[in-house]
Design a protein around this ligand. Structure first.
Ligand SMILES: [Zn+2]
Length: 143
């Protein structure tokens, strides 16, 4: 694990972890593929089982990532468009993937006339609205 991994996990579980918390009474071991709603559910279960605890160290894949307090674990998931809670829109139901999109690829269309070099880029494919060559008309997706 690198510091980057820890940052990714902290970003993924932002809101569940309290960046200012320093003390913990308990440790929760979590698998690296745990999602946000799963971690929230496990933290709430653990707090329900242990009324005296107010600080659970979240350990992912054996690495200390951060401390979830009773308050952060009980905090409600964000609602769509809610910018107040500091939670990404849709994150409560895991509709938002953490981080930037991993892959984006433009679609290249080229003229079907073999002697023509006209090309056009598109961000999506809709067969009703394909770009056309100004001279020859029809273009096809170039793979
Ligand atoms: Zn053409």
């Amino acid at each position: 694990m690198t510091d980057d991994d820890r940052d990714v996990w902290r970003e993924q579980f932002k809101g569940l972890l309290d960046p200012h918390a320093t003390d913990h009474d308990d440790v929760l071991d979590v698998a690296a593929d745990e999602n946000r709603s799963g971690l929230r559910r496990r933290l709430r279960q653990r707090y329900a089982q242990r009324p005296g605890v107010d600080g659970i160290l979240v350990r992912i894949d054996g690495h200390d990532v951060g401390i979830a307090t009773r308050r952060t674990a009980d905090r409600e998931a964000g609602t769509a468009g809610d910018q107040v809670s500091g939670v990404d829109p849709g994150s409560g139901d895991s509709a938002t993937l953490p981080g930037l999109p991993a892959e984006f690829r433009a679609i290249t269309f080229s003229c079907t006339d073999t002697d023509c070099t006209a090309t056009s880029l598109a961000s999506f494919y809709d067969e009703r609205r394909t770009p056309s060559c100004p001279t020859h008309g029809q273009m096809a997706v170039r793979l």
